[in-house]
Structure formats: C-alpha cells, structure tokens
Design a protein around this ligand. Structure first.
Ligand code: ADP
Length: 286
C-alpha cells in the first residue's frame, strides 16, 4: 500500500517538474501537489519564482544593453555625420568662400572635440560598469586639493564671465577618498555648473560635519526641473540635447560622477530651481 502511495507522489512531482521544463506554468500558484507534499510544493514554488525573477532580470539587462548600444551608435553618428558634412561642403567649393570656410572648420573641429570627449567618457563608464575601476583611498588635504582644481578651471569660467569661488574648510582638514577619481567628480560638476550658467557665479564649499564633510558645488545657472532631476544621472540623458552638444557635453558626465561618489559609500544629492540655479553635493569621510 505504502509503495503505491509513494509511487503516486513521485509521479505527481515528476509531472510538476516536467511542467516547469515545458513552460506550462505561468505563475507559482499554478504549481499544486497533494496535501502531504505541501513542504515540497512550497520549495518548488520558490524555486520557480526565483527562476522567473532571474529570467526577468536577464531580459532587462539585455534590453538595457541593446538600448545602450543604440544610444552609443546614435551619439557616435551625430558628430561623424556633421564632420563629414562640413568637409564635403568645403571640398565642394566652400573652401574658397572666405565668409564661411573658417566657420565650417571651427564647427568640424568642435565636433571632433565632442567625439573625443564621448570616447573618453565611454571608456570610463565601461571600466566602471564592468567592475574594473580600482579605487585607491587615502587621507588628503581637501583645501589644497580643491584650490588646485579651481585654479585649473578658472580660465574656463573667465571665458564665460563667471566668477568661480572656493569657500575653504578649516585649514588642514583631511578627507578620505580616491584623489584621482574624485578629480573627475569635481571637474565634471564644476564644468557642468559653468556650462549651464549664463550669469553669476559658481561656488565650491566644504561644510564640516561631525564625521563627514559635505562638498557643495553651487551655481546661479539655468536650473533643472524636478522631473529632469530624476533622470539626469541616466546615461545619455540631457535636458536639452542641442545645448549639451553645443557646449561639448556627452550626457555621460553625471552617470560617471554618480558611480564614483557611490564607490565612496556616499550619495550625490541635487537641489535646483529652474531659472535660479543648482546645487550638487556629496559627503566624504573625515
Ligand atoms: P552633459 O555632458 O550633457 O553635460 P551630464 O551627464 O553631465 O551630461 O549632465 C546631464 C544633463 O543634466 C545635462 O545635459 C544638463 O541638461 C543637466 N545638468 C547637469 N548639470 C547641470 C547644472 N549645473 N545646471 C543645469 N543643468 C545641468
């Protein structure tokens, strides 16, 4: 008698497993075994649920990858087509037209700069996302460090008539981080602040807290709406594509910033008001 019962149960399990293999179940609730196999039924349901979630996750990754590739191709095509267009027009005779020849060369040149920015950002993002970003943390003097960066970026600000100011922390304050990766964070945030500001100033502040120091990059620029704030850290997202390209943007800068800040166990925060200005901030350990 017992043998018969066992056989029946084994057949039940066999048919459920075969069902999973042949994709006959859509949801875990559809998996049913008899009363004395409830524990096993729960186990199988959970395995099935995990399987569905794993497949969903892989499908999502595949979609993200395809979308990224489509974006990269599009982003590469834009400057290449533009350069091609200017060169062809010049070759077709515009080279002898003093009214346009220099202007076309300047434009072609701007697109080659965009192309080169895009390639270096792409290399960075793929290194970061494939987990190849090696971090090297140590303590460093934050005032010295930021002053140096500000000095390097003053020309860019001056060209736009924007004041670039640093409000230092107390002398000798040491913060913990990867100096070379953080350089990219500062450069990207200050470059953006300058790029998206027409009048006024860009300020960098270090506010000391108990265990951390808050680094703030504040501008009096065009600002960002609440809906856009939710998306600006996505790869290739720009509020205004044409404007970003015109100033040499790649749409990858903030995605890179976010990765690096998060590698420091910190979070990048944004406050902004359209027409008034923006403030990006993150914390570093003291
Ligand atoms: P981009 O290379 O286009 O500047 P980012 O990833 O650095 O790309 O930024 C994404 C978008 O966020 C920008 O295109 C711009 O629309 C917006 N943005 C970034 N920083 C600022 C800022 N300081 N003020 C206003 N808009 C900004």
């Amino acid at each position: 008698m017992v043998g018969y019962k066992r056989k029946g149960e084994l057949n039940e399990v066999k048919s459920v497993v075969a069902g999973i293999r042949k994709n006959t179940f859509n949801r875990p609730e559809e998996i049913k075994l008899s009363k004395n196999l409830q524990a096993l039924q729960e186990e199988i349901k959970q395995m099935f649920e995990k399987e569905i979630n794993d497949i969903e996750y892989l499908k999502k990754l595949e979609r993200v990858r395809t979308e990224f590739l489509a974006n990269v191709s599009h982003e590469l095509r834009t400057p290449i087509f533009a350069i091609q267009g200017y060169i062809e027009t010049l070759l077709d005779g515009a080279i002898d037209d003093k009214n346009v020849n220099k202007n076309f060369l300047d434009k072609a040149n701007q697109h080659t700069i965009n192309l080169s920015n895009l390639l270096s950002d792409l290399i960075d993002i793929s290194m970061i996302e494939s987990g190849e970003m090696r971090m090297s943390y140590r303590y460093f003097d934050i005032n010295e460090y930021i002053s140096q960066i500000i000095q390097e970026m003053t020309t860019m600000a001056k060209e736009k008539n924007i004041e670039l100011v640093y409000h230092p922390a107390k002398a000798g304050l040491q913060l913990f981080g990867d100096k070379s990766k953080l350089k990219q964070v500062f450069t990207n945030l200050i470059t953006n602040a300058i790029k998206y500001t027409e009048h006024g100033k860009v300020e960098v502040l270090v506010e000391e807290e108990q265990k951390y120091a808050k680094i703030i990059i504040r501008d009096t620029g065009i600002g960002i709406s609440q809906e856009d704030i939710a998306r600006i850290f996505e790869r290739f997202y720009r509020v205004d594509k044409a404007r970003s390209r015109a100033v040499g943007g790649t749409g990858l800068g903030l995605a890179i910033v976010k990765h690096i800040v998060e590698a420091h166990n910190s979070k990048i925060e944004v406050k902004s008001e359209p027409g008034v200005g923006s403030e990006f901030s993150f914390r570093l350990k003291k």
